[in-house]
Design a protein around this ligand. Structure first.
Ligand code: MF3
Ligand code: CO
Ligand code: CO
Length: 251
């Protein structure tokens, strides 16, 4: 599949979408508390997204029943919001949200520590976030896709962590998932050359233990095979002729 190079107009819409998504994450960070259900979190996510005139595009995506993926502890991604799933003090909560604004998508994930979290869990969250920035350093015109994943992997493996292989970052624009795939590990193939105007996500999913995953019986939730904790950090970014621009944070 050909990779879309976005026009200046499209980039401006993606900046706006990204700003609304950043605001949504900041709102959730503020309100998340022990005792809330993952469905409560989803409801607040949906209300916040709609209050900005945006559309929660995960909702009904391939049948996904929520506006936010809410994944606790050993759940890596695609946690289904549920009234029965209560967030407890000491949990880590990965929130992955995609929205669109005037037809353009933005996709970002954060892992939050709720209450008193172990120092092991806090380190996992910090290293996962930093691994995004390690990958980002290589997200430059003239480099190749694999340079990003190589940097993510080299960084996190120093801590003995596992980089999930079965799910990857992606191009993004009019569609949530566009070409190319953006792995968070060294695939051994250099991949596509990066060009100004490409918009992609970098989204390391990092397990405290081994990288292997399992699917839950709900056909959505992905968990670590060894039961270890997992964290996720994702942003939508723009490749430029200079430094990459992170679209899904506030500037
Ligand atoms: N936000 C996810 C990603 O990073 C995709 C969500 S899948 C959905 O690619 F089904 F939950 F929408
Ligand atoms: Co996402
Ligand atoms: Co994504």
């Amino acid at each position: 599949m050909a990779v879309a190079i976005k026009s200046e107009r499209e980039i401006e819409l993606m900046r706006q979408a990204g700003r609304f998504l950043a605001l949504t994450h900041l709102e959730l960070e503020k309100v998340i508390k022990p005792g809330m259900s993952t469905k409560d979190v989803d409801r607040i996510a949906e209300e916040t997204i709609r209050s900005y005139g945006c559309i929660p595009t995960s909702l009904n995506y391939n049948g996904f029943p929520g506006s936010a993926c809410v994944s606790l502890n050993d759940e890596i991604i695609h946690g289904i919001p549920s009234d029965k799933r209560i967030i407890r003090d000491g949990d880590i909560v990965s929130l992955d949200i995609t929205l669109s604004y005037k037809g353009y998508q933005s996709d970002a994930a954060r892992t939050l520590a709720v209450g008193n979290v172990s120092k092991e869990a806090l380190q996992l969250i910090e290293v996962t976030k930093q691994s995004f920035y390690e990958g980002l350093k290589y997200a430059k015109a003239g480099n190749h896709i694999n340079d990003i994943g190589k940097a993510v992997q080299a960084y996190v493996e120093q801590f003995g962590y596992g980089v999930v292989r079965d799910f990857v970052g992606h191009g993004i624009g009019k569609e949530m998932h566009e070409s190319p795939e953006v792995p968070n590990f060294d695939t051994g193939r250099r991949g596509m050359k990066l060009k100004p105007g490409m918009t992609i996500t970098i989204e390391p999913m990092i397990n405290a233990g081994r990288y292997d995953v399992e699917w839950m019986d709900d056909d959505w939730t992905i968990v670590t095979a060894d039961g270890s904790l997992s964290a996720h950090h994702e942003n939508t970014i723009l490749i430029t002729s200079g430094e990459p621009e992170i679209l899904s944070i506030l500037h």
